[in-house]
Design a protein around this ligand. Structure first.
Ligand code: PRP
Length: 182
């Protein structure tokens, strides 16, 4: 059992809980996309640990690719902007794409990404998220597969950060308020 980081007030999801659920969701995706040869697009950096665990539970043949994006603006599709900091290496035209994200919050990032990938000619875009903060959604988008619905708390670990810290914790923890309200 991993010791809880002193900046975390509690462990929300343990390593075992994450492993079991990630593998169950991957089995479902494997069955639903049987016969396809998708491109698995990881959205840097938060998704890296989930991405690595998730794709290793898939049996289908895959190509791997990555994007890094940042969102600016109000979170509404009309005034917000998505900046691409690192684009895909490959062409998604005519390809089935699985977008793998650590968290969906307002939904702005994934709504923009889905639109962009379809504009680039992707045959299909399947969204897989580790975490869904459903109560914060402002955009009309839902992941096709989500591992855990979570409350509106500041979560870190398993790829997620606060000021680039805590990404390598093997569990999802709730950060103490005193850490980010300083
Ligand atoms: C997080 C997360 C999503 C986005 C979700 O990325 O990985 O990309 O925010 O928020 P939204 O649904 O409100 O758009 P972040 O900007 O923290 O970057 P990181 O993955 O590099 O930590």
């Amino acid at each position: 059992m991993h010791q809880i980081h002193p900046d975390c007030q509690k462990i929300l999801l343990t390593e075992d809980e994450i492993r079991a659920r990630v593998s169950a969701v991957a089995k479902q995706v494997d069955a639903d996309l049987a016969g396809k040869r998708p491109v698995a697009v990881g959205i840097l950096k938060g998704s890296i640990i989930f991405y690595a665990d998730f794709i290793r539970c898939l049996n289908m043949p895959l190509e791997l690719d990555f994007m890094a994006v940042s969102s600016y603006g109000s979170g509404s599709t009309s005034s917000g902007k998505l900046k691409i900091r690192k684009d895909l290496d490959g062409d998604v035209n005519g390809r089935d794409v699985i977008v793998i994200e650590d968290i969906i919050d307002s939904g702005f990032t994934l709504a923009c990404l889905k639109k962009l990938l379809l504009e680039r000619g992707a045959s299909s875009v399947t969204i897989v998220t580790l975490l869904d903060k459903h109560e914060r959604r402002t955009e009309d988008i839902a992941p096709d597969y989500n591992c855990f619905e979570i409350p509106d708390e500041f979560v870190v670990g398993y790829g997620l950060d606060y000021n680039e810290k805590y990404r390598s914790l093997p569990y999802i923890g709730i950060l103490k308020r005193s850490v980010y309200e300083k």
